[in-house]
Design a protein around this ligand. Sequence first.
Ligand code: AQP
Length: 334
Amino acid sequence: TPRVFSGIQPSGNLHLGNYLGALKRFVDWQAKDMETIFCMVDLHAITVWQDPADLKKSTRELCAGFIASGINPEESILINQSQVPEHAQLAWVFNCVARMGWMQRMTQWKDKAGKNQQNASLGLLAYPALMAADILIYHATHVPVGEDQKQHLELTRDIAIKFNHDYGVNFFPETEPVIEGAATRVMSLRDGSKKMSKSDPSDASRINLTDDADAIAKKIRKAKTDPEALPSEADGLEDRSEARNLINIYAALNEQTVEQVLADVGGRQFSEFKPMLADLAVSKLAPISTEMARLMQHQDEIDKILARGAERARAITAPILRQTYDIIGMVPPP
Ligand code: AQP
C-alpha cells in the first residue's frame, strides 16, 4: 500500500495554520486506504535554539494536538523523530548526496538564517536533507504539507533522483507534494502579507490550538481588515489579503469552497462576518483545545503512544536503512 508521511515541529505555539494546512488534512488521509505516518520532528526543531524543558513539553503537547485533531494512534503510526534513529542515520547519507548549492538556494534557509548566515547552525542549512530522510526512510510517496514546504519537497525528489543515479539503482521513490484545500497558506491575523507562524512574537497574530473560546473570539474580533464590504465573487478578494485570509479560514473550517462562502456572505461588512467566523472557529477549535488539555494530564499515556509508534515505525525503517547501507557499500554486521 502507498505510504503517506508528514511532520510538524514541536517548537511550541501550534496554530491554526498548522491545523488547517496540516493536521486537519492528515485526518482526511488517515481515512483513506493508505498507510499513514505522522511525526513530531524534534530533530528539526533544534536547528534553532530550543529550551530543553520547553521542547519536552511542546513535543508531548504536539502529540496531544495530533490526537485531539483526530489522528488515531492505532490507525496511523504516530512518532517522535528522535525515537526512530534511522531518520538521522539516513539524513547523514543524504548530507553526502545533496549539494551545498541546493541547500543555500532554499528560501526557508535564507529567511531563518537572515543576514548572519555564518552564525546559523549547520543543521539549519542541512534541514531539507533530514526532511528528505524522514520521508524516504519509509519510501513514502505522498506528503501532505502547507504551501511553504513545496520547495523542500522538490529537493526531496532531487535527492532521491541523485541517489538512484549515483548508485545506479531504482531504490528511493519520487515523492509527490500534496498541497490542497482552501488554507494551504494561512496568514497572520495582524498582517496579511506574512504567514501565520509559531515564531511570530505577536500572540495576536495567530490562533493557538491551546487558546480557549474567549481568546479565539477576541483575536478574530481584533484581526486586521480593510473598510470595504465582502465581495460576492473570489476575484473581488484580489489585493485584499486580510479579507482573503479570513474567507479562506472560514471555508477551510466549514469545509466549503471560497465561492460557496462568498455566495453566503458577499455584501456583508466585517462587523457582521467576524462574529460568524468567531462562532465557527470556536465550535471547531475549542473541543480540540479542551481535549489537548485533558490528554496533557496523562503524560505517561502520551509517552507510551510514542514508544509504541516508534516500535511500529522501526519495523519499516530498519530494513530500508540496511538496504541503503548495502547499496552504498557499508560492511554489514555479521
Ligand atoms: N501559516 C500556515 N498555513 C498553512 N500551513 C502551514 N504550516 C505551517 N504554517 C502554515 C504547515 O504546518 C506543517 C508543520 O509546519 P512546521 O512546524 O514543520 O514548520 P513551520 O513552517 O516552520 O511552522 P511555523 O509555524 O511557520 O514555524 P516558524 O515560525 O518556526 O516558521 C507544515 O506542513 C507546514 O506547511
